[in-house]
Design a protein around this ligand. Sequence first.
Ligand code: FEO
Ligand code: CA
Ligand code: CA
Length: 702
Amino acid sequence: MTMTDDPTDQAGAEVPGPGRRSLLTLLPMQGHTRGKRSAVTCHLKCADACSHPAPNLSTNGYFRDVVNSAFSRRALLAGAGAGAAAVVIGGAAGGAAAPAAAAPSGPGKLPFVPIAPVPNTVDDVVVPNGYSWKTIIRWGDPLFSTADTFDPSNQTAELQARQFGYNCDYLDVIAEPNGTRGVLVANHEYTNENIMFPPAADEDEANTQRRVALASHGMTVADVTRSGKGTPWTYVVGGPRNRRVTPETVFAFTGPAAGDVLLQTVEDPTGTRVRGTFNNCAGGTTPWGTVLSGEENFNQYFKAAGTPEQQRYGIGGSGDFRGWANVDPRYDGVANPGYANEPNRFGWIVEIDPEDPTSMPVKHTALGRFKHEGANVHVGRDGHVVAYMGDDERFDYLYKFVSKHTMRPGNSAKARAFNKTLLSEGDLFVARFDGDSSAAEITGDGTLPSDGEFDGSGVWIPLVVDGESTVPGMTTAEVLVHTRLAGDAVGATKMDRPEDVEPNPVTGRVYIACTNNTNRGIGDYPKADEANPRTRNRYGHVIELTEAGGDVTATTFGWSILIVAGDPATDPTTYFAGFPPAKVSPISCPDNVAFDADGTLWISTDGQPGTIGLCDGLFKVPLTGAERGHVQQFLSVPREAETCGPVIHDRDGSVFVAVQHPGEDGDWSDQHSFFPDYVAPGTLSGGKWGGPRPSVIQVVRD
Ligand code: FEO
Ligand code: CA
Ligand code: CA
């Protein structure tokens, strides 16, 4: 365990060693729910998605012949309203952790001895011996002027829009090779008002806080500098590329659905421009240097009529519990029918160019609309680019986009401008996974089938080809705006919440983090299948997908499950590509994935505190040779936080993560985390605050 900042060096109200330690180990866990997350995360991050029936009530998956049957949209939509009872799964935080392997991890440029698993009450970043961590940028840090000082008791929307936002998720640090300059890009997924603000005295103050919360969403671009290769990065106040993208930033729609009536509102009768982005979760940096970001749980911000199409996305009902409709009518399409289509304008992949802070960012309708975790691009042999995407909802789907045009080489202004259009035109597919073992062998208890693997083949089923819908009864715009319904119609495989989906830049194989699905096999919900092989899947799994012929544009693929996650000390259903379970670090709820320069997989988690009783972390997983499947924990994040956006610069001796929602179960007057400033509760001095601040940190070799 290493802290770069010795607490005795910190400005402001100092906490001496024992006092600081008392801040690091705080109150017992409380309020945990079924599944994995705390009650607060469930409420604020995804609007209690797990407390509602999973919105995929389609019969797809029960009857294979639906693939070839005529598509009856009316029948489908009529069926979408049928209810399935929510199933409550009990269970408290899990048992003792298995000991981590004691051998140094290798090969690679970041050798480390795995850290021991960290109990979920520890409010600290834990890294291996020989490494230390430092904060690069925190919630509230000024981007444009040091005069924009952070004071959580007196924030305004105008100030927040000039500061680093809340709950950083996707992250990249795009460094000039061997240089001293770079640019940091981060998503700001959602807000934890309970710990961000003091209780509002009246409705005016509540509305001020709502506006601040709105301005805390979106994305940040910030210049970073360092003194030389291998040294820590520092962000630059007033850097020329610095930018905040917020729910007020104007975006242009691209692709076949741009301008369609489904995207038109009273504010934008052309259906071509939209204010803002929010609930930006994961993402990916493109080969041409732009950043893609997924609009994920956008449903929770809107009051809506709850049409069948909206219900398929969880829109309607109790939406807008943040009260944004109090400060902007577009969030209430019931009271303001002119905004009935406003929810259709979210749920997209957005693309921003961090090199040009004046450029208008875009939303790509060709990539479909769903609860986009993110998108990651790989270039095929022939230059076509492919984007892999997961829809993070229980029983929802995996998608792939293939560009019509091929990428132009080089980084000239002309090539770059062209490549920024690649995601505007192309074909969209959804995945069907076919196991190669008999259904009778998939028992749901994690027992491997007789061929020794959960594996099989798969098909990329077309939804849009050459700009035309291939889904009977749906127009191209309907397929792209109501993409989940299109996936239902063609028999896509219902997955256990596919989050990050990333191609390995070295091998081209694709890794899919299925974070969990505690409804799998429960009641009327779909039973375990070979690609989602555990009933009541609390701990998640990771699938390795290999495109036919190694061609990312192929329409068929092979797959196998790399990891069936959990704590092997207490769960015999775990599997680590055949590596001895007793030698791995326990891991639960895989969420984001990344690769180092050698193509070794790194996985960050979201949900360990509520499932295996440990803080979330970052894990290295070799994919080749005798070490294949050897999960080794590299770091652990503070109490009640999630590990996001891992960036592995192994050649530079650096690892970056975004620490999201530290201390989320606390309250303004009862904070559970003091990361990263670790000063006395409630104090604000010398730029440090005695409460949690979601932050980007860098881990470096000493
Ligand atoms: Fe925002 Fe699916 O995690
Ligand atoms: Ca098999
Ligand atoms: Ca995520």
